[in-house]
Design a protein around this ligand. Structure first.
Ligand code: ADP
Ligand code: MG
Length: 293
């Protein structure tokens, strides 16, 4: 079942200049991207720094409004949802970001961090909230006593487990993972990827998995999806303006490695996600990679 569908998704940020904030062109952060995500599966998004991956994530999370294009969730256009429908959407689509230190409030205890979405969205007694938090901590492999501690008392990997527990509090259907292991030590990455794989299997979660390069995708059975920025894009540092052919060539190379068994470690740690189709960028659908790793 197709859970999520983006069609021609576009986000331009206006560039303002001068005393009166005159518009002076736009940063075309996301430019006509189309993809689908099936329930319980993973769509991998790969691209150079600055190519619009995080902006795509924010559009999916409704933290940014698109300049153009449509998003459908479970067949319904987001644009047509009423307030109750939007609230339901926000509950169903949660996020884990790259830097768990930045995304967790350092002044809050873990119990309050994980309970926050529950308390905001549901009417629970203190005892019920405590039970739900304990269950979530267990789900992500943290001990009970973690509830009373503050984020700085944990390692990077454990902090990312807290962020995952919070993301799961409202039983989402789709989790946006924006470079979730990029800030972690190499030795810890595999553990977090394994956890994500187990959670996907047990809870039937769909993932939009964003990675800087194909090597950091969770591995086999993930649809690779290239996001790139067009050659002619303005306000774009040269090193970021990777021609899409270059990005795709990198992905193709990475996939060859996987195909030849050179990424055995990556294979071993990949979430068992499968996506069959829909990872292509609409403007370059023919050249986007669609094979399984
Ligand atoms: N709020 C914003 N205002 C203006 N430009 C932005 C904003 N957010 C992102 N951008 C620009 O959009 C482009 C894509 O950014 P981003 O989505 O963060 O890329 P990535 O996550 O792939 O590294 C970059 O050129 C960035 O500077
Ligand atoms: Mg980013």
């Amino acid at each position: 079942m197709i859970l999520f569908e983006a069609d021609g998704l576009t986000k331009h940020f206006p560039l303002r200049k001068g005393l009166f904030g005159r518009s002076n062109g736009a940063v075309r952060a996301v430019d006509g991207v189309s993809f689908t995500i099936e329930a319980g599966r993973t769509l991998g998004v790969v691209g150079e720094s600055g190519c619009g991956k995080s902006t795509t994530a924010k559009l999916v999370l409704k933290l940014e409004e698109p300049t153009g294009g449509t998003i459908r969730f479970m067949g319904k256009k987001l644009h047509d949802l009423d307030a109750a429908g939007l609230r339901e959407y926000r509950k169903s689509v949660q996020a884990v970001f790259q830097d768990p230190f930045a995304s967790l409030n350092p002044r809050m205890r873990v119990s309050d961090i994980v309970a926050e979405p529950l308390i905001t969205n549901e009417t629970l007694t203190k005892g019920e909230a405590r039970q739900r938090v304990a269950r979530l901590l267990e789900l992500v492999g943290l001990p009970d006593r973690a509830a009373d501690l503050f984020p700085h008392e944990f390692s990077g990997g454990q902090r990312q487990r807290i962020a995952i527990a919070r993301a799961l509090a409202l039983s989402p259907k789709l989790v946006v993972l924006d470079e979730p292991v990029s800030a972690l030590d190499v030795s810890i990455r595999a553990q977090i990827l394994n956890l994500l794989r187990d959670l996907q299997r047990d809870l039937g979660l769909a993932y939009l998995f964003i990675a800087h390069d194909a090597q950091r995708l969770p591995g086999q059975d993930v649809e690779r999806h290239a996001v790139h920025r067009p050659h002619h894009q303005r306000a774009c540092p040269a090193q970021q303006a990777a021609a899409h052919g270059e990005v795709l060539a990198k992905i193709a190379r990475a996939q060859q490695h996987v195909a030849h068994g050179m990424c055995s470690q990556q294979r071993a740690v990949c979430p068992a996600a499968t996506v069959t189709d829909g990872g292509a960028c609409s403007r370059h659908r023919s050249s986007a990679t669609g094979q399984r790793g």
